[in-house]
Design a protein around this ligand. Sequence first.
Ligand code: FMN
Length: 154
Amino acid sequence: MSEQTPDQLIRMTYTSKATFTPLNDKKEGYDRNIINILTTSRRQNRKNKLVGALYFGNGYFFQCLEGAKQHIDALYAKLEKDERHTELKVLSLEPIEKFAFSSWEMKYAAIDQDVPSFLKSYGLDKFDPYHFTPEMTAELIHILQSANEGMAEA
Ligand SMILES: Cc1cc2nc3c(=O)[nH]c(=O)nc-3n(C[C@H](O)[C@H](O)[C@H](O)COP(=O)(O)O)c2cc1C
């Protein structure tokens, strides 16, 4: 990777484990923790010119963030201290020319329907991003990009 200036645009993807037990019944609404995370993220990301997408499945977060390196670094430091999740692991980090998620301060991707076939194509049945290959991470980012927004009004 070439040398990065603080203003260099980057895309960073990480996974983490939720420390709370989420609501199981999707029909009854979204977990309060997720709603709170999205509300804060959207407000702050607008200020920090960050965009991205979040998916939550099987107790794991998978989040893709895009923006200036200095803003991503500052957010990551906060994320590491956030007690709603733990064991953060960076899955990909790359310089980019333009945003893939430019329309979303934080898209909550409704991909529950797509994940099983994605996993199946790699011979897996459980969503566990800690064991993703770089290829799987890239493919899931792509799926997030084309997914519908699951919670536009959080
Ligand atoms: C899974 C997860 C994803 C998060 N995503 C973001 C985000 O995209 N942007 C953001 O500002 N905060 C995000 N947060 C919240 C931050 O950890 C932090 O609580 C928030 O930025 C407020 O920090 P502050 O009040 O110290 O400024 C996320 C938290 C979790 C648990």
